[in-house]
Design a protein around this ligand. Structure first.
Ligand SMILES: NC(=O)c1ccc[n+]([C@@H]2O[C@H](COP(=O)([O-])OP(=O)(O)OC[C@H]3O[C@@H](n4cnc5c(N)ncnc54)[C@H](OP(=O)(O)O)[C@@H]3O)[C@@H](O)[C@H]2O)c1
Length: 353
């Protein structure tokens, strides 16, 4: 019998924090040892302060945990951070300094050269950046970043195409769910029956994070992939799931059949494919003319698979396609848990037996 690894969740009361609670409640390798949030929630039972939005019941043992302040020491070899970005920086650094692996969903540290920005199937090799980070910063722990939610789906679908055909340029237009703005997020009178053609900072995140994820390790950190990205982001009245329409140009002409084959054959390394949270396959191609759709396709691979459809020629660039990813699972908590699993599989976190 092997003991589970204790973990804590920072920002456990929010949209992403609750998803972490749900995914970790019966995880085979990890157990929730602590939950923390703002001072307004700290000191009270989690079940009392959380506005639980998940469709499964809140496990009684978690409901009974007393919410802590977001400051070390908290029990947990891993600290999953689902904090508001405005407060995350110093808190995450304090946990890494105190020895925790901080898997963060906030934008704060994503673009720092010694912080890996990870999609395990696409760039698990970037994990070695934490060795440089720990040495340079003198930390016992480290910070590992999860990409922005729309970037996570886009970069996962692009990874096999970039690997096989080398992307030169792309346009992406997103239709992003309201849950991407956290709770209570976008006011209903703004969201319902409407499309808001602006999500602050999102286009810049997609443009720079995609290139870091698909870039190559170099002595200074990561050399971003050389392609140009033009992003348009829109908030639409969908609860969960970001749909993205993409036009992409490659170094050479690529047919829809070649792209479909590359997407269908794509797998992470064997070590990544065997992780408990890894879907098989990571990218599902659906050839039906009207797919993917958030309501029908969001939960594929338990929310960890990205669905790609409508792969067809583009009269301006080479190909057009539509992709869909679950913003709080592949785009946040699910992939956060998968990153922590990668630390275990890579021998950096031990399960005690
Ligand atoms: N929603 C998504 O789809 C998504 C996807 C990817 C990444 N992200 C990122 O993940 C992070 C969390 O997003 P969310 O959507 O879950 O937001 P949210 O629902 O607004 O939750 C924010 C959390 O931060 C806590 N918090 C706020 N101020 C704090 C403070 N001063 N000290 C300590 N804790 C504090 C809140 O605790 P209280 O309840 O006590 O106020 C709550 O637990 C954000 O950085 C966001 O950009 C979100």
């Amino acid at each position: 019998m092997t003991a589970k690894i204790p973990v804590c969740i920072l920002g456990a009361t929010g949209t992403v924090g609750q998803k972490f609670v749900r995914l970790l409640a019966d995880h085979p390798w990890f157990e929730i040892a602590a939950v923390a949030a703002s001072s307004a929630s700290a000191g009270r039972r989690y079940g009392e302060v959380v506005r639980w939005r998940e469709q499964t019941d809140l496990p009684p043992a978690i409901a009974d945990l007393v919410v802590g302040e977001c400051a070390p020491p908290l029990p947990g070899a891993v600290a999953f951070s689902a904090l508001d970005a405005d407060v995350a920086g110093p808190i995450e650094q304090a946990f890494a300094r105190a020895g925790a692996f901080v898997v963060t969903n906030t934008r704060t540290h994503r673009m720092e050269p010694d912080v890996p920005l990870l999609i395990p199937e696409a760039n698990a090799d970037h994990l070695v950046l934490i060795d440089r980070q720990r040495e340079a910063r003198g930390w016992r722990g480290a910070i590992l970043a999860n990409p922005n939610c729309s970037t996570a789906a886009l970069a996962l679908a692009l990874a096999p195409l970039h690997r096989a055909f080398e992307v030169e340029k792309l346009f992406v237009s997103t239709m992003q769910a309201v849950s991407g703005a956290g709770y209570p997020g976008v006011p209903s009178l703004d969201a319902l029956g409407n499309v808001i053609p602006h999500i602050g900072g999102e286009e810049e995140k997609i443009e720079r994070e995609t290139r870091k994820i698909l870039g190559a390790l170099d002595p200074g950190g990561v050399e971003p992939a050389a392609f140009a990205v033009s992003a348009h982001t829109n908030r639409v009245p969908v609860i969960d799931g970001h749909l993205e329409t993409v036009s992409v140009g490659f170094r050479r002409r690529v047919s829809p059949q070649e792209a479909t084959a590359a997407l269908r054959e794509f797998r992470g390394s064997p070590c990544v494919s065997d992780l408990p949270s890894s879907p098989d396959p990571p990218v599902e191609v659906d050839a039906r003319a009207d797919r993917p759709q958030p309501r029908l396709d969001l939960d594929r691979g338990r929310g960890m698979a990205v669905t790609v459809g409508r792969i067809r020629p583009c009269p301006i660039l080479d190909l057009r396609l539509v992709l869909l990813g679950h913003n709080t699972i592949r785009g946040a908590a699910g992939q956060g848990v998968q990153i922590a699993e990668l630390l275990v599989a890579d021998g950096r976190l031990e399960r005690r037996g």
